[in-house]
Design a protein around this ligand. Structure first.
Ligand code: NDP
Length: 450
């Protein structure tokens, strides 16, 4: 798709000029601007108040030094980030990513998308994101702890339960959240809901661990039912990644009667036509922190292939990219379409390239964009914040039921907005428009405060 209006073109040109060398951020902004053209056309008040111009510029961008000592006694230096993108509808909210690829562009694309996603959940959360280029792979527990403590020593000045509430993302799971929260509590002398994804003994919520993956399947089920009168039951499913999102997407897919035939990590993928044994994957990934290749050595009939991209050449009915950004390109999308894929829903953030998205939309494949389809994680983080404020805990069933309602609500908001703005069934446009409008109305109500 191309930008049509001179108004949006001008905004995009300014964003390009201000954010040179940040391709992921520009990609995320461009997609949103394309979707918002019909919205802004109908709403001159939004244009007059400069809402779009304000939303593409983060409220605050923090970058800091993170120094720590490795097991050999050597000083190591990493770069820490936190972008506080938009706080119109609630405290900044978004995860922390630890991966060597992390830079300003990645953090800003994630923070920008987070604003719309959080808005879509219907909960009062603004958008933010953070992380570091620290590589957790191969590090000892002690090294991870010392890094997390150093990172939080700076970050704790900028966050708080009513200001900014980080969570996990790639490379940040229960262990890292524990170290980060322990350091925050030590420095601030406060026991508050400043992070989500916490352990159950110190304020965590049931279902948070499972939430993004489960939510992805609740969304996919709703999309199949509403748009094709079909369901996950009996469908062959390919899931990329084998981290937090992928594992719990696979678990819910199996509970709904789907057959997960492949999973991957950044080295390669395993194919098991009999259906992936999740107990084996959990043992390898969650307990041993091993490689997915070990699966093929342990399960008869399964094969391992080096390299990630080939996973999209497997014949399947549903594809769920759950690893990382731009992992599914135009060529992979064409292969999926040739193999008659019915639905694609994004568990990872921006896993499909613009060419892939275009291909799915043109070929009539049901497509659930990340902002809508993977919002279950942050929605349950929102529920964790509510429980922390009440100093109370809901049961697994209570949280799970709320999650299901929220995911169905997100699907319907995106679908209804797609119809309202003349592109019924285009959930990319629908999710962007619905997420945007709630923030825009709020910013209009505030006047020009920021
Ligand atoms: P994890 O760190 O738990 O798992 C990430 C998985 O993706 C691993 O299997 C990893 O393989 C693989 N991976 C990472 N980088 C690459 C790469 N460059 N190429 C191929 N595979 C890669 O992270 P999560 O499961 O939490 O996050 C996965 C995605 O979901 C991310 O895009 C994240 O932003 C998004 N997301 C996460 C949410 C959450 O609640 N956790 C919420 C919403 C979105 P390896 O082990 O080899 O590195």
């Amino acid at each position: 798709m191309a930008l049509k209006s001179s108004y949006m073109k001008e905004i995009y040109e300014t964003v390009c000029r201000r954010n040179q060398g940040e391709p992921e951020f520009l990609q995320a902004v461009r997609e949103v601007l394309e979707s918002l053209e019909p919205v802004v056309e109908k709403r001159p008040d939004i244009q007059k108040a400069g809402i779009v111009e304000r939303m593409v510029e983060p409220e605050r961008f923090l970058q800091f030094r993170v120094a720590w000592v490795d097991d050999n006694g050597s000083v190591q230096v990493n770069r820490g980030f936190r972008v506080q993108f938009n706080s119109a509808i609630g405290p900044y909210k978004g995860g922390l990513r630890l991966h060597p690829s992390v830079n300003a562009s990645i953090i800003k694309f994630l923070g920008f998308e987070q604003c719309f996603k959080n808005s879509l959940t219907g909960l009062p959360m603004g958008g933010g994101k953070g992380g570091s280029d620290f590589d957790p792979k191969g590090k000892s527990d002690g090294e991870i702890m010392r890094f997390c403590q150093s990172f939080m020593t700076e970050l704790c000045r900028h966050i708080g339960p009513d200001t900014d509430v980080p969570a996990g993302d790639i490379g940040v799971g229960a262990r890292e959240i524990g170290y980060l929260y322990g350091q925050y509590k030590k420095i601030r002398n406060e026991h508050t809901g400043v992070l989500t994804g916490k352990g159950l003994t110190y304020g965590g919520s049931l279902v948070r661990k499972e939430a993004t993956g489960y939510g992805l399947l609740y969304f996919t089920q709703e999309m199949l039912q509403k748009m094709k009168q079909d369901s996950v039951k009996g469908k062959k499913i390919v899931i990329s990644g084998s981290g937090n999102v992928a594992i719990y997407a696979a678990e819910k897919a199996q509970q709904l009667g789907g057959i997960v035939i492949a999973m991957s990590d950044s080295s390669g993928y395993v194919h098991d036509e009999a259906g992936i044994r999740l107990d084996v994957v959990k043992q390898i990934k969650e307990v041993r922190r091993g490689r997915i290749s070990e699966y093929a050595k342990e399960v008869a009939g399964a094969t391992y292939t080096e390299g990630c991209k080939g996973i999209w050449s497997l014949k399947c009915d549903i594809a769920l990219p759950c690893a990382t950004q731009n992992e599914l390109d135009g060529e992979a999308a064409k292969q999926l379409v040739a193999n008659r894929v019915i639905a694609v829903a994004e568990g990872a953030n921006m896993p499909s390239t613009p060419e892939a998205v275009e291909c799915f939309l043109q070929e009539g494949v049901l497509f659930g964009p990340a902002k809508a389809a993977n919002a279950g994680g942050v929605a349950t983080s929102g529920l964790e914040m509510s429980q922390n404020s009440m100093r109370y805990s809901w049961s697994f069933e209570e949280v799970d039921q709320k999650l299901q309602q929220i995911m169905a609500g997100i699907f319907h908001s995106a679908y209804d907005a797609s119809a309202e703005f003349g592109a019924e069934g285009n959930l990319v446009l629908g999710a962007n428009a619905a997420g945007f409008l709630k923030i825009a109305e709020t910013m209009l109500a505030y006047g020009l405060t920021f």
